[in-house]
Design a protein around this ligand. Structure first.
Ligand SMILES: [Fe+2]
Length: 270
């Protein structure tokens, strides 16, 4: 039987958090967890109180720190493909604190591919000249077009209504694309491709389409990607500043992931 992460010692827990930060994610297979065991495990890494998605209809009452990610009427995100994004989506850095997301697979869809992209490594591998170029760029993020969805969502899917009801960023409200991770201080290039509405270079407005194309050419490269087909019992934890993710459409409508938003405050960020 595979080593069960719910039995980790404190030392193994610290090692787990370190590996998430170092590699951008960890993936464990053949785990056997109840919803409460998942929450308990995540709480050993950090705070699991999700201030963006907590206490919504698709959070079970007995474990409100878990969000059900499933195409059904009581789940988040529907069935269509999702474009590259990370948790935070329309929020600028500093406006959210959940910099880790855990996904535990309770029911699988073997036709759905979940992809990860390490945007920190992509930035650190750039020449100093290219890194300096990106330090001159700022962007404004908003929920435009279909947001992170690849297609228009059916009218009866209101699963994200409350989630996206944030005040849009207006005027010259913006954030740098090069940011520093609050826990280990490494720089990374932040990219939410479906949500970039405006761009600035050296503090002056610039062509947003050109910036979007350059970001895609820099970041959307197979060398920085991992592709996962979740099977029951798989457990992924990913750093939302160092990685982003996307998903192909869900075919098996019973697919169910348990999602927990966390930070590092009980391990690396005490
Ligand atoms: Fe996501």
């Amino acid at each position: 039987m595979a080593r069960q992460i719910k039995d980790f010692t404190d030392e193994e827990m610290l090692d787990e958090a370190t590996r998430i930060l170092t590699n951008g994610f960890t993936l464990h297979h053949k785990q056997n967890m109840t919803r409460q065991e998942l929450v308990d495990y995540c709480r050993r890494i950090g705070n699991t109180d999700d201030d963006k998605l907590g206490y919504m209809p698709f959070n079970p009452k007995d474990t409100p720190d878990i969000t059900l990610v499933t195409p059904g009427p009581n789940g988040l995100f529907g069935h269509s493909d999702l474009h590259w994004h990370s948790n935070g989506t329309v929020y600028h850095i500093g406006e959210f604190k959940e910099i880790l997301i855990a996904l535990y697979c309770e029911d699988e869809c073997v036709d759905t591919v979940f992809s990860l992209l390490n945007n920190r490594d992509a930035f650190l591998d750039l020449s100093k000249e290219d890194q300096d170029y990106w330090r001159t760029i700022e962007v404004q993020l908003n929920n435009i077009h279909h947001g992170i969805y690849g297609e228009v969502q059916p009218k009866d899917d209101n699963s994200l209504d409350e989630y996206v009801q944030m005040e849009p960023h207006k005027g010259d409200d913006r954030m740098p694309v090069v940011n520093t991770h609050p826990v280990d201080g490494q720089e990374f290039l932040y990219w939410q491709p479906p949500l970039i509405e405006k761009a600035w270079k050296d503090g002056k407005p610039t062509d947003v389409e050109e910036i979007k194309e350059k970001l895609k050419a820099t970041l959307d490269r197979s060398i920085y990607q991992h592709h996962i087909v979740f099977k029951k019992g798989d457990m992924l934890i990913m750093d939302q500043l160092y990685t982003l993710h996307r998903r192909s459409p869900v075919i098996n409508k019973n697919r169910l992931l348990w999602r927990v938003a966390i930070d590092y405050t009980n391990t690396l960020d005490k």
